[in-house]
Write a protein that binds this ligand. Structure first.
Ligand code: RB5
Length: 145
């Protein structure tokens, strides 16, 4: 699996930890920045990762900012992106099972590092359930035309 990853300054330290985890798992990681803790604007990095997912350059994306909120707003503007802001094990599981999430958003100022890494593991390992959930995803496409 090829994964694009990105953050703003608030998410940078956690993004680096997530990158290490993904690399250890043998996944191919494309880091869209940022590359240090200097203050930047999260939409630039959110858009870069979301575009990579929307254009099918990667199968999944992960974005980290302070709250995860800004990144989720940006990422869901891109067609085909299902960006999900997750805070705990339940939301990370449901994001995959129910929403077929292809982009995980995390808040570095909301989660401690160990929980954030656990959410990444859950989100990577959980399969989409399909069935009635596909009807709902199809409706999103149809109603947003
Ligand atoms: C940066 O201070 C902060 O606004 C950003 O990381 C994020 O939380 C935006 O949603």
């Amino acid at each position: 699996m090829k994964i694009a990853i990105g953050s703003d300054h608030a998410g940078f330290p956690l993004k680096e930890k997530i990158k290490d985890l993904l690399t250890q798992k043998g996944l191919e990681v494309i880091d869209k920045g940022c590359y240090n803790t200097d203050s930047v604007h999260y939409p630039e990095f959110g858009a870069a990762v979301a575009k990579a997912v929307a254009d099918c350059q990667v199968s999944r994306g992960i974005l980290v900012c302070g709250t995860g909120i800004g990144m989720s707003i940006v990422a869901n503007r891109f067609h085909g992106v299902r960006a999900t802001l997750c805070h705990n094990e339940f939301t990370a599981t449901a994001a995959r099972e129910h929403n077929d999430s292809n982009l995980l958003c995390l808040g570095a100022r909301v989660l401690d590092e160990a929980l954030a890494l656990k959410l990444v593991e859950i989100w990577l390992a959980t399969e989409y359930a399909g069935g009635r959930h596909q009807t709902r995803l199809d409706l999103i496409e149809e109603l947003s035309k």
